[in-house]
Design a protein around this ligand. Structure first.
Ligand code: CMP
Length: 165
């Protein structure tokens, strides 16, 4: 004899839906992506191997990687929000001064973890042991860029890797 009521079935269905949604959210978090740029000073200082291994040791995966000498157009596309700032021209000259390494890194909490590895924008405020603390020169020449949120990551990945996702 089946004693299950419609209400019971409905409750089971709702619980399953909730669990599926939680699992989906967890899966999305597991494969969060960030766009990372080892800037021209980082490449010149031969810090590429060390920086990449810091991401790997933090449990993050390099999903795509390329060497790119940026022209003004791509540097502007990436940084146009900073136009008008007193440091903008210096930032453009810096980013077009030599090859950068551009990569998509992937993994759980990729954005937060990357920002912890990088340290604050200003190397003077970045502790030793962070990438900017170890390799940055000043607040503009700061060795590395990483996306600051999911929306920026999506926009920035699209600039450098197109709509492959
Ligand atoms: P990044 O994390 O790539 O994001 C924007 C970049 O602009 C930043 O690193 C620095 O290179 C530069 N930048 C941001 N704020 C300042 C500032 N206050 N003075 C000089 N340069 C800055």
């Amino acid at each position: 004899m089946n004693l299950k009521t419609d209400a019971d079935t409905e409750t089971v269905k709702k619980t399953e839906e909730k669990e599926n949604k939680q699992k989906l959210n967890e899966d999305v978090k597991q494969c969060e992506r960030s766009l990372i740029i080892i800037k021209p000073d980082g490449v010149r200082r031969k810090a590429v191997g060390d920086i990449i291994s810091r991401f790997e040791k933090a449990g993050l995966e390099i999903e795509r990687i390329r060497v790119l000498e940026m022209d003004k157009t791509i540097a502007y596309t990436h940084y146009h929000d900073h136009e008008g700032k007193p440091y903008f021209d210096r930032l453009m000259n810096y980013m077009t001064s030599g090859p950068s390494i551009v990569m998509i890194i992937k993994g759980k909490d990729a954005i937060k973890k990357s920002r912890e590895l990088m340290g604050p924008t200003d190397p003077a405020k970045a502790p030793k042991g962070t990438i900017r603390g170890d390799y940055g020169t000043d607040i503009t020449i700061n060795a590395i860029h990483g996306s600051d949120c999911l929306k920026s990551a999506e926009r920035e990945i699209n600039i450098f890797f197109g709509n492959y996702l």
